[in-house]
Design a protein around this ligand. Sequence first.
Ligand code: G3I
Length: 428
Amino acid sequence: MRSTRWKAASRAAIALAGAGALAAGMALFVTAPASAGTTLGASAAEKGRYFGTAVAGFKLSDSAYTTILNREFNSVTAENEMKMNATEPQQNQFSYGAADQIVNHARSRGMSVRGHTLAWHSQQPGWMESMSGSALRQAMLNHVTQVATHFRGRVVAWDVVNEAFADGSSGGRRDSNLQRTGNDWIEAAFRAARAADPGAKLCYNDYNTDNWTHAKTQGVYNMVRDFKARGVPIDCVGFQSHFNNDSPYVSNYRTTLSSFAALGVDVQITELDIQGASANTYRSVVEDCLAVARCNGITVWGIRDSDSWRASQTPLLFNNNGSKKPAYDAVLAALNNGTTPTDPPTDPPTDPPTDPPTDPPTTPPPGRGGSTATVSTNQWPGGFVATVRVTAGPPALGCSPVSTPPPTGPSATKPWSHTLARTALPAT
Ligand code: G3I
């Protein structure tokens, strides 16, 4: 019997790797979308990742905007519509219309949704800004519970807490009304989120945490390490990665991603934009993510430069008229040239699985025509790689060509982290 936590992890992170071995040389899983290699989302999906964008709800009526969105991306983050001031404008009166519109747009087109964000010192509704102490703590936890419950099953990963660390050299927490409720406010938020939506991955998200040597990066790292050691339910860390002249991309970015991943969490690049949109820098970011097995995907913070919160920095992949920029070509090429994460992770977690499944690999009896299927898993906290091996019997025995579709149901609804592959063996 699998534990609840394991089921949650299974729903959230399916990777089917090295899937098919065919004695008769027949195809098993053919999963590459027709557009693989030609769009960001499809190319990322081929590498077991997602490629997403921030979406502003009011732009969904702009056909130039939605044409690019629907063509290129397979993950969506609401730019503002899930923030505390948007979802709970009056205490205990929740407002989900704008967020639901984005979620429905995404999910009806097969895109996954990142939730942003449940608890943040900024963008609080006025009633919350003036609260403090235990009343604020309770209000925050109620917000986390209500919002995560509303979106349960529709959000694959939540930025549970956003930007809680201070800039500068302290490496400590940012002062805020939430911080003043007690240092345990972050873990309390994570526990509430887990209880409300056990199937969602729970992330801590921040900016200026890209440079491995920075105190803020180390502060977040130490918190995550402590959470993992004490069993606080954290699954992932989001790196906003707003790169600009004051906070540039650095070559130790890959070290940062892999070091966090080695703690036993997934890592995600959650708000990428780069001042000037250097093609080389965008390429490096993609290559760094692909080099880290637990880097699930990349989200750019807007589609066209004119959609950016920093439009004057022209930091995105499409120019104002929707044309692809050189950075777009660099990203697509990097995705297509990248390695796949179908091998066991190169950065295994330091923690053992907390609740591995007890079901042994199954070997069903041969079916009609002698076909067999086996499933085995390699799991770690928060995810696993399942290897499915199907051996088709000889056609002479009347076995139909294998046409098994990808698995359906909740265990395969997270396109950001499931990859289907086939291995066609030479005909014997
Ligand atoms: O909705 C009102 C609109 O009614 C009004 O007419 C208009 C006038 O300025 O303001 C609109 O609200 C603005 C909102 O964006 C929607 O455009 C807010 O003033 C403005 O503060 C808000 O800025 C957002 C900012 O977060 C603050 O929440 C940006 O769009 C959004 O890109 C930015 O995103 C953040 C991430 O959440 C966290 N990481 C940093 C990132 C960039 O700042």
